[in-house]
Design a protein around this ligand. Structure first.
Ligand SMILES: NC(=O)c1ccc[n+]([C@@H]2O[C@H](COP(=O)([O-])OP(=O)(O)OC[C@H]3O[C@@H](n4cnc5c(N)ncnc54)[C@H](OP(=O)(O)O)[C@@H]3O)[C@@H](O)[C@H]2O)c1
Length: 281
């Protein structure tokens, strides 16, 4: 069955399911991306910080899939928030990927404690890329509600997406609700918490009843909540498994049982965006 496509706030569309390439070695990326495209994925989520954009571009060409048929997202590296640096970094993203545009370009982290907290200047630089058609959509990642409010007050373009950590142990409900109210689609990163939620009895019970895997149940839960996901795997059988989400459904009770696992901040596996200030050397 086909993958659902969602409308973004600027008239562009995005496949709800994609393939994430965080922590895939640069040498292995082309192969993983080619495999994912052969399975049927048409949306790849990479970032400058992952160091594997060139592999993404190569994987797409190796698969023989038309560039126009693949939705590519990349993200600005933390050391490049100053507008003049962001412009150079964005040019490099396009040349590494071997394309004249990305479908979506994000500020990877808000870094409110760096750059005088001026992520608005960075955002206005992404607006340039958008207006020039070199990023068909622009968005943010790891932005908290107060960061989104500042953009709403000080910038012109509303982010198309906010890519944040969301899985059954961290529902991130406040940030998600702000997005829903303001037309900002939520992209849920680490959708299975890098495997950390898969042994939970509340999830395995549903999986056993439906004859599905725990990963499929959790990924389906995201899909029914309306979020965009891109699970990562370098295991061929899992790349296939994670793609098979559109031929079954969870009941309201199943959805509620998975959502009840929320641990709030305790469930966060990644850094807290309010204080995260890592800049790669
Ligand atoms: N914006 C951000 O700050 C940010 C942060 C983190 C992630 N992301 C994005 O979100 C994507 C997904 O997040 P993630 O890579 O952190 O974690 P994830 O997709 O939640 O989990 C990936 C891990 O789970 C394993 N796995 C995948 N499918 C499985 C299955 N069906 N059954 C059992 N285990 C399975 C993978 O192992 P194998 O590979 O060994 O199969 C890998 O270790 C990333 O690739 C990246 O694109 C963004």
């Amino acid at each position: 069955m086909g993958i659902a496509t969602l409308d973004l706030n600027n008239g562009q569309t995005i496949p709800q399911l994609g393939f994430g390439v965080y922590q895939i070695e640069p040498e292995g990326t082309a192969d993983a991306v080619r495999q994912a495209l052969e399975v049927g994925y048409r949306h790849i989520d990479t970032a400058q910080m992952y160091g594997n954009e060139a592999g993404v571009g190569r994987g797409i060409r190796d698969a023989g899939v038309d560039r126009e048929d693949v939705f590519i997202t990349s993200k600005l590296n933390n050391g490049f928030h100053a507008p003049e640096d962001a412009r150079v970094a964005f040019d490099l993203t396009l040349s590494e990927l071997g394309t004249d545009h990305v479908d979506l370009f994000l500020i990877h982290w808000p870094l409110p404690t760096l750059y005088d907290g001026d992520f608005v200047a960075t955002w206005k630089t992404l607006e340039e890329f958008y207006r020039a058609g070199r990023a068909r959509s622009i968005g943010v990642s790891n932005f908290q509600v107060n960061h989104l409010r500042r953009l709403a007050q000080e910038a012109d373009v509303v982010p198309a997406v906010n890519q944040i950590e969301v899985h059954p142990y961290l529902l991130n409900s406040e940030v998600r609700a702000y997005g829903a109210e303001h037309g900002i689609a939520t992209e849920a990163w680490s959708p299975i918490a890098q495997g950390g939620v898969l042994a939970d009895p509340a999830i395995t019970t549903v999986a056993d009843r439906l004859g599905r895997t725990a990963a499929q149940v959790v990924l389906r839960w995201h899909v029914q909540r309306g979020d965009i996901i891109f699970p990562k795997s370098t295991t061929p059988s899992r790349i296939q498994e994670n793609f098979e989400l559109f031929d079954f459904e969870l009941t309201q009770e199943d959805m509620a049982a998975v959502s009840a696992l929320d641990r709030g901040e305790e469930g966060r596996t990644g850094p807290n965006p309010d204080v995260f200030d890592y800049v790669p050397a």
